[in-house]
Write a protein that binds this ligand. Structure first.
Ligand SMILES: Nc1ncnc2c1ncn2[C@@H]1O[C@H](COP(=O)(O)OP(=O)(O)OP(=O)(O)O)[C@@H](O)[C@H]1O
Length: 340
């Protein structure tokens, strides 16, 4: 949302790109901002000398407030819908399966965070993801409440299919449509109204092939992609094309894709990532992990330095195992040198 803090944190050039109509405000007030494009509005106003201020009767405070007011009025007048970016997701405690209150008050997850969710089979990991997907308001079996940017989220998140709060990546990607990868991505790009369609599609394919073991092409039918390939395609598509600020992942361990690269891709596009997992590598890749027990969030653990070191060792082991898998696949015989 627009406020004085935001106006003062970006350059006049950026402000003008966002709100092109502000040129009129400058000309109406006889403000020549030439040469100050890379400075903020406040820096521009501060450049006036005492004499200028007196001679031209400049009221810098009024001009500052006036700009904010002008932008707000124009936004309303033009009917521009400003989407407030999702900065944080908050979970307010509900109840576990025995009806006892969860052992925390609230948990806040910020943009760019990776959170893993661990706990025994059947403990309620998927339930937590479902609560987030539904933006629960004490209307699911857990009684949890989900806040976005510390507020009760707009109902539109629940019901609009184009404007989803959450992108869900689940184990089974069953494609039923008879489309090639290119046709599928084209459809999606069109529905998102991207301008540089071809380039975006190229980027998605490149990113997806970078995650999957076996490469596929634009004219590959999506129904003939392997499990790992279709997972990789959906992850790249979600990272690059989806507007959903929150990504929920239920078990990607067996998908045959480069999990580290996949997470990096999602996180670098500024999304909040939550993943339910039984895999120690994925669990430790999160900055934090939520431990679920008997349907309730039992504790939240921050991944410490020692665990990050353990993660490095686990990744080495994982590489060894992948190497063995490839050798076996290629019909080779294994030998002890693999451990040296
Ligand atoms: N707090 C709760 N209150 C009532 N029911 C719950 C609660 N949490 C989870 N459940 C229910 O318990 C069942 C198992 O939960 P869920 O499928 O989320 O487990 P999971 O941890 O994802 O298991 P898995 O590791 O096997 O995927 C579901 O039917 C879910 O709705």
């Amino acid at each position: 949302m627009i406020d004085n803090k935001m106006i003062n944190s970006i350059s006049l050039k950026e402000l003008q790109e966002k709100y092109p109509f502000i040129i009129n405000y400058f000309s109406d007030n006889k403000l020549n901002i030439e040469g100050f494009e890379n400075r903020t509005f406040k820096e521009y106003l501060d450049h006036f000398s005492e004499e200028d201020i007196e001679e031209w009767a400049i009221d810098t405070e009024k001009l500052m407030e006036g700009l904010l007011e002008y932008i707000e009025q124009m936004i309303e007048f033009l009917g521009i819908k400003e989407e407030k970016a999702v900065e944080s997701l908050t979970i307010l405690a509900g109840k576990d399966k025995s009806g006892c209150k969860e052992r925390f008050e609230e948990i806040t997850i910020n943009k760019g965070d990776i959170i893993s969710i661990v706990g025994p089979t059947g403990s309620g990991k998927s339930r937590l993801l479902a609560d987030i997907e539904w933006a629960a308001q004490n209307d699911t079996p857990t009684g949890r409440i989900i806040l976005i940017n510390n507020e009760i989220p707009d109902k539109k998140w629940r019901f609009s299919s184009n404007n989803r709060l959450v992108a869900q990546l689940s184990q089974n990607m069953n494609f039923v449509m008879d489309l090639t990868v290119n046709e599928f991505l084209e459809l999606h790009a069109k529905s998102r109204m991207v301008e540089n369609e071809e380039e975006v599609i190229k980027n998605i394919i490149e990113a997806a092939n970078n995650l999957a073991g076996e490469k596929f092409k634009l004219d590959t039918p999506i129904t003939s992609l392997s499990g790992g390939q279709s997972r990789a395609l959906m992850i790249a598509d979600t990272a690059i094309l989806s507007s959903s600020p929150i990504v929920l992942i239920d078990e990607i361990e067996n998908a045959g894709i480069d999990r580290k690269k996949a997470l990096n891709l999602l996180v670098s596009s500024d999304k909040i990532v939550l993943m339910a997992t039984h895999d120690p590598i994925l669990a430790l890749m999160g900055n934090k992990r939520i431990v679920i027990k008997n349907g309730g969030i039992n504790k939240v653990i921050e991944t410490n330095m020692e665990e990050k070191k353990i993660l490095l060792e686990l990744e080495k082991m994982d590489k060894t195992i992948q190497g063995m898998r490839n050798s076996l696949r290629n019909g080779e015989e294994l030998n002890m040198n693999i451990f040296k």
